[in-house]
Write a protein that binds this ligand. Structure first.
Ligand code: PLP
Length: 387
């Protein structure tokens, strides 16, 4: 069945797209096909599956479901967000240039600078909050634009539609890392992106029990290349983890709504607290790009960054005092996490670059989970009191 977004809502598609009742048994859940190979009835004659690096029925259902939710036709599931990014950049050749947003996931920055630069691919990092900045940064050899919106950890927004149009005028592909919003709140393909990347480790799986990545595209030519590279490089998602992600997708919508409801309460609470200097949440009217947030996304998600007064000593005391929030890296799971970007997630950035971006020692990042709202507020209140 074709679960088109014209006919069916997001929640319905998240539960059914790519999945069929098992014809042999009637099982309503796509089975976990733990097999590496498939029988041929005659050499070259088979049921569409030959070897699980190339295709696996469980992974295929999961890829089809995420692609559907992103409004695209093709999806490729990988063992991590990083190997998904690696596989996408492997489409490029020596001498190619990529324009990236400046405030991006540290692991992607490390991949580009410490691996791909040695292979002869050139990268530049630009503040793309104005589309004219992209125009100025593109060179004759630019082949890809790499965007993240909102950015991590500063929650800057990029105008995906405007940037995609500038890139496409020069025939340049656009990749959007949509990890922070999930397809429930933002669909970059509909805004003109050619590819979307997810670290499914975060909201798509949402239960902090696996590492995974996914790339979707609606472009057949790009899909052919990604399919070839995925099969050739072999960075595929394991069948078991694909099964868990497919299971998690069924509750993506209700989880995202719950994350957002709690995040709104936390953001308003922090904004009113006298030990907090500044709160960055795209759903607050005080966010510098609130108008773009409302236009580009259908919601604001569960990620918040804020600056505590008193710098590192105050931040450290707060982070040591939380009880319901856990002091840990990562994000997007049902449990609330708190972390210190300068020391934890963004420590791989050179200090000068980190400070110029605005990631200072008082900056704290929250991934607001779906626990009871009152418990989260009480926990932050007592931890801020201790700071
Ligand atoms: C975590 C993350 C990644 C990397 O994904 P892994 O699954 O950890 O390999 C990429 N982009 C963003 C925005 C992330 O948060």
């Amino acid at each position: 069945m074709n679960w088109s977004d014209e006919e069916f809502g997001f929640e319905t598609r998240a539960i059914h797209a790519g999945q069929e009742t098992d014809p042999g048994t009637g099982a309503i859940i796509t089975p976990l096909y733990l097999t590496s190979t498939y029988a041929h009835s005659s050499p070259g004659v088979h049921k569409g599956f030959e070897y699980s690096r190339s295709h696996n029925p469980t992974r295929k259902a999961y890829e089809a479901c995420v692609a559907n939710l992103e409004g695209a036709r093709f999806g490729f599931a990988f063992a991590s967000g990083c190997i998904g990014a690696t596989t996408a950049v492997a489409m490029l050749e020596q001498g190619d240039h990529v324009v990236c947003c400046d405030d991006m996931y540290g692991g992607t920055y490390r991949l580009f600078e410490q691996v791909f630069r040695k292979q002869g691919i050139d990268f530049c990092y630009v503040d793309l909050t104005g589309a004219n900045m992209l125009e100025a940064a593109m060179k004759p050899n630019t082949r890809m634009v790499w965007l993240e919106s909102p950015t991590n950890p500063l929650m800057k927004l990029l105008d995906i539609a405007a940037l995609a149009s500038v890139a496409h005028d020069r025939g340049v592909m656009v990749m959007v890392d949509n990890t922070f919003m999930s397809p429930f709140y933002q669909r970059p393909i509909e805004l003109g992106a050619d590819m979307v990347l997810h670290s499914t480790t975060k909201y798509i799986n949402g239960h902090s029990d696996l590492i995974g990545g996914l790339v979707v595209t609606d472009d057949e030519e790009i899909a052919n290349q990604l399919g070839f590279l995925s099969n050739t490089m072999g960075g595929i998602q394991s069948t078991f983890d694909a099964f868990l992600c497919l299971r998690s997708l069924k509750t993506l919508a209700i989880r995202m709504r719950a994350h957002e409801r709690n995040a709104f309460s936390v953001a308003r609470f922090l904004e009113g607290h006298d030990k907090v200097a500044n709160v960055l949440y795209p759903g607050l009217e005080s966010h510098p790009q609130y108008a773009l947030a409302k236009a580009q996304m259908s919601g604001f998600g569960g990620m918040i960054a804020f600056t505590i007064k008193g710098g590192l000593p105050a931040a450290r005391r707060m982070l040591e005092t939380v009880n319901v929030f856990t002091l840990a890296e990562s994000l997007g799971g049902v449990e609330s996490l708190i972390e210190h970007p300068a020391i934890m997630t963004h420590s791989s950035l050179p200090e000068e670059k980190r400070l110029s971006l605005g990631i200072d020692d008082g900056l704290i990042r929250l991934s607001v989970g779906i626990e009871s709202e009152a418990d989260l507020l009480r926990d932050l209140d007592q931890a801020l009191a201790a700071a």
